[in-house]
Design a protein around this ligand. Structure first.
Ligand code: GSH
Length: 276
């Protein structure tokens, strides 16, 4: 898709007033965990970007203009010099390879890089899909409950990546067995983090320096904390320390700007979560 400057609502710009195409254009959503990975890396490397916030419940991610950028119909997508880069794990690796000398986010040796990538695959296989289950049941379900069965089916059919996920959830929410499975996978994710930090000597997953693996798992841990699941690392001080450290990183605040947490977008959740 051709880059077009954002509409201003004012008179159309004269030809020579058209703003230059920014180097990085990020299509994302504030609370999207995958988007948060990319915002963190852009911020860590001090790369300015034009941010487009998509309304995922209005279906912005399924509009033809956006599908031309990301045919998977999900956020994030990063357009770099006019070329779309999609999938958060791919984007963060891309950015680190593009700017390897500014705030490097990978270990030095090839074998350690392979270990970091293996960890990222585990994160994308186990805890990352698992966190969607309680997130959808808690926060997103009411959006779907308002729909008729036919509208819901049409919505599911329109999703290139998440059709079956949505149909499993249905308009009544994920069944208990699905929730239990997700909790188990989250617990395994936290246990793997704990083992990995202790084996590397910490305080980060790969040892003394923050890497893309830490960035990859960050949004899961932040979301778990947000929805009252931080008790899962009560007996794991290495994970608690890791969480303190990542929140103290300079890139953290600009990434989690107000409205990025689920309980900020849906304040009623705080009461619901307190009530258990
Ligand atoms: N593997 C993809 C997954 C992206 C993804 O699932 N994005 C979610 C938000 S975190 C989304 O856009 N969901 C919208 C939808 O399901 O329609 C990535 O890491 O970029």
């Amino acid at each position: 898709m051709q880059y077009e400057p954002p509409a201003t609502g004012l008179r159309p710009p004269l030809r020579d007033e058209t703003p230059p195409m920014p180097e990085f254009v990020l299509y994302n959503a504030p609370q999207s965990t995958c988007s948060q990975r990319v915002r963190f890396v852009l911020n860590a490397k001090g790369l300015p970007f034009e941010e487009h916030k998509l309304d995922l419940f209005a279906g912005d991610q399924l509009k033809p203009d956006y599908l031309a950028i990301n045919p998977n119909g999900v956020v994030p997508a990063l357009v770099h010099e006019g070329v779309p880069i999609i999938d958060s794990a791919v984007i963060i690796e891309y950015l680190d390879e593009l700017k390897p000398d500014v705030a490097p986010l990978r270990p030095k040796g090839l074998k350690d890089i392979a270990a970091m990538r293996s960890l990222m695959r585990f994160i994308d296989e186990v805890p990352t899909p698992a966190i969607r289950v309680p997130s959808y049941n808690l926060a997103f379900l009411p959006h779907f409950q308002k729909m008729t069965e036919a509208e819901f089916q049409a919505l599911a059919d329109s999703k290139p990546l998440r059709r079956e996920f949505l149909l499993t959830m249905g308009r009544t929410g994920f069944p208990q067995a699905e929730m239990d499975g997700a909790m188990g996978r989250l617990a395994r994710g936290v246990a793997r983090m704990d083992e990995t930090i202790r084996a590397s000597g910490g305080p980060w997953l790969m040892g003394g320096g923050i890497t893309l693996a830490d960035v990859a798992v960050m949004p899961v841990i932040v979301r778990m904390d947000d929805i009252n699941l931080a008790t899962m690392w009560d007996d794991k001080p290495a994970v608690a320390r890791w969480f303190e450290l990542i929140r103290a990183e300079p890139a953290y605040q600009p990434t989690y700007y107000p409205g990025s947490l689920l309980t900020e977008k849906y304040p009623h959740l705080r009461e619901q979560l307190k009530a258990g």
